[in-house]
Every structure is written in C-alpha cells, then in structure tokens.
Design a protein around this ligand. Structure first.
Ligand code: TXA
Ligand code: MG
Length: 348
C-alpha cells in the first residue's frame, strides 16, 4: 500500500473544508486508517463503529487485541450515541479540560461501537483532542474515531509525521502532517465510573489540575509500584523502549559520568539522556539534551523524539537522568520507567 502524505497548514481558516482534510475524511468513511496529529502524539485513526477499520489499526500497529482504543470526538453531543451515562465529576472535568489531553472512561451504550475497539469491555475511553487538524478531520468525517498512538506497538509514540512513517509507511492509507505535536506525552486516562476518580495513566493533564476541579483523585495502585493488575490494559505492556537497554540513574552527574566511563572501558558505545542544563557535564558517545529540567513540559515535549534519536545511532546502552514527579513529571517518569523496563540505579 502506498501511504499518502498530506501537508496541512494547521493555521488556515475553515480547515474542515480543506481538500486534504476532505480526502483523509473520505478514506476514514471508507474504513481505511489514517494517521493524524493531536496535541499529545500522532494517532492512527479509524472508524470506531466498523470492525474492519478497527482491525486494520491493530494489524498496522501489531497491537495485542486485549488493549482497547481511545475514541476521539469533536463535539460533546457525540457522546450520547455510545456512552450510557455522564457522571457529574466527568462533566466537570470535560468542562475544564476538553478539548485537551484528558481521556475519560465511561460506561458504554452497547451495540454502537465495534467491540474490537473497546476490547469487549463494558466501558469506553473517550477524548476530545485539542488540535485544529484533528478537530477538522473529526468534524469532516462525522464519525467517532478510534485512535491509538501511531507507532508500532512497543516503540516510542510518534510526535512528528516522520516518526509515523518510520514505523508505518506502506501499512496505512495516509498521514496528515501537521508538524510536531506540542504536549509530547499521551493524554491522562481517568476512570470516573466510581465515586472517586482514578488516574489509570498519567499524562498531559496533571493530577494537580484534576484535583483543582473535582477534589480527591486516586492513582491506580498498579502504577505506584504494587503488584496489582493495571486497570488500563495497555499499562501492563513494555512500551516506549529504545533499541538499546536503558537505565534510569538516581544520582549526580559525576556518578552518571562514572557509569559511562565504566561501560566505555568495556568497549561499549554509551548514550546519555540529559537536559539542557546538564548536557555539557557529560563526555560520552552520544549525549542528548531532552528539554529543560527547569521547565518539565519541555522535557515531555522532547521525550519520544529523544528516545527515537538514540535508535538512529549505534548505541549499546543508555543512561538517563530522572525527573521530579510533580506536574507533568509524573507522566515523564512513568514513560521513562517503562522505556527502561523499571531498571533504576541509585547512587549510594
Ligand atoms: O494522547 C493520547 O491519548 C493518544 C492520542 C493519539 O489521542 N492516544 C493514545 O492511545 O495514547 P493508546 O491506545 O496508545 O493508549 C490508550 C490507553 C491504553 O493504556 C488502554 O489500555 C487504555 O487507554 N484504555 C482504553 N480504553 C480503556 C478502557 N475502557 N478502560 C481502561 N483503559 C482503557
Ligand atoms: Mg500508545
């Protein structure tokens, strides 16, 4: 299959009627799959009501079938079609953070969406992305769109159209290139089906921001180190992994430099994931500055591109700095721990 690339200018007026958006929307209506930019990462979209379209998403990604997809909408009234009820706290969060990087879990009105999209669960994950291209496409195709991140399963999520093509060229009908995404980590997934909302996956909307709107919020225990099974099926998989083994290091720059020297002495090529403030402290085969430590959103924004860049060089092992878990730092550390298979070295 030849994968079309549409270059769209996200700043033009009336994007919904742009011929490229209309072309992509037409393919979605024909149950083909198309990658689209959102404010978090690129998604791989398909008609959420059609089994064939949803199967194409799973096939292109090589995704396990027990991992349900997020349904994307452009207008709140689209919820009526497939959501059984909207709890009060969910309504408050929607009002505050939609469109935006927040996914809410609802009880599902059964029989509307493809069961393959929701992995046969009685619930459904929904979000309204805050990106002009995504919203224009959703409005143009007039369908709820199932869209996981547009990477091969296990790889870092894509934050540019080039990342999407790196993984999926020839496997999907097209990609709308709307430039680099902004937030850089995926949406926060929150379960509002119980009295106290539960964060199933930390993401672009922070815990602090949720608490401000609805009061106490819990975090799924599986995320805070317990042995419980995660409530978001996707959180049990290894993810975001660069090709070389990666270790997080809780220690000083001097300690990390010593680890680098030890590996280099064994003849290995070593990568360091650092920040703009610290990169100049290291001498290694490849040192990448992933945003500014003093501004965590810049780290989130650069994270997946940095992980992919290590794959473009011959690197045998990667050491990464760690980050505070306040604000978007919680999502950053969640993704880094997964990328590192939970390996963390602590300076004594
Ligand atoms: O920012 C994002 O959320 C991006 C963009 C493209 O919108 N999408 C994304 O989708 O990250 P994906 O498929 O990579 O991750 C969806 C997560 C998975 O961990 C999945 O298990 C969880 O949401 N999920 C989906 N439906 C669920 C449900 N009904 N109950 C619990 N977790 C669910
Ligand atoms: Mg994903």
């Amino acid at each position: 299959m030849r994968t079309k690339v549409w270059n769209v200018d996200k700043f033009v007026d009336n994007l919904e009627n742009d011929p490229q958006i209309v072309d992509a929307a037409q393919l979605l209506r024909q149950n083909e799959v198309v990658a689209l930019p959102t404010e978090t990462v690129y998604g791989l979209g398909g008609n959420a009501k059609n089994d064939e379209a949803v199967s194409k998403i799973f096939a292109a990604k090589g995704r396990p079938v027990d991992n349900p997809l997020i349904i994307h909408i452009a207008e709140e009234n689209q919820l009526d079609e497939f959501v059984a009820e909207i709890p009060e706290k969910a309504a408050m969060l929607m009002k505050a953070y939609w469109p935006g990087p927040l996914t809410l879990i609802f009880k599902q009105k059964l029989g509307v969406l493809s069961e393959k999209a929701t992995a046969g669960l009685g619930t459904v994950a929904v979000r309204m992305p805050d990106h002009p291209v995504a919203l224009a496409l959703l409005k143009s195709c007039k369908l709820p769109i199932a869209a996981p991140s547009a990477n091969r399963s296990g790889k870092p999520s894509p934050t540019t159209a080039e990342h999407v093509l790196e993984d999926l060229n020839g496997k999907i009908a097209g990609v709308l290139d709307g430039g680099a995404t902004g937030v850089g980590v995926e949406s926060t997934v929150v379960d509002c089906t119980e009295a106290v909302p539960v964060i199933l996956r930390p993401g672009g909307v922070t815990k602090e921001q949720l608490v401000k709107v609805v009061g106490p919020v819990e975090v799924d225990r599986a995320l805070t180190g317990g042995s419980a099974k995660p409530k978001a099926p996707g959180m049990k998989y290894k993810h975001y992994a660069p090709n070389a083994p990666m270790f997080l290091v809780d220690g000083t720059t001097d300690f990390i430099q010593q680890l680098v020297r030890d590996k280099q002495a064994q003849g290995l090529r070593v990568g360091v994931l650092a920040t703009e403030e610290t990169a100049s402290h290291y001498k290694s085969d490849l040192v990448l500055a992933c945003g500014k430590r003093s501004e965590l959103p810049t780290v989130a924004s650069a994270l997946y591109d940095t992980l992919r860049t290590f794959n473009h060089e011959k690197i045998d092992v990667i050491y990464s700095e760690i980050f505070p878990t306040s604000g978007v730092g919680q999502a950053i550390m969640n993704r880094l721990l997964k990328a590192a298979g939970n390996h963390i070295i602590v300076e004594k």
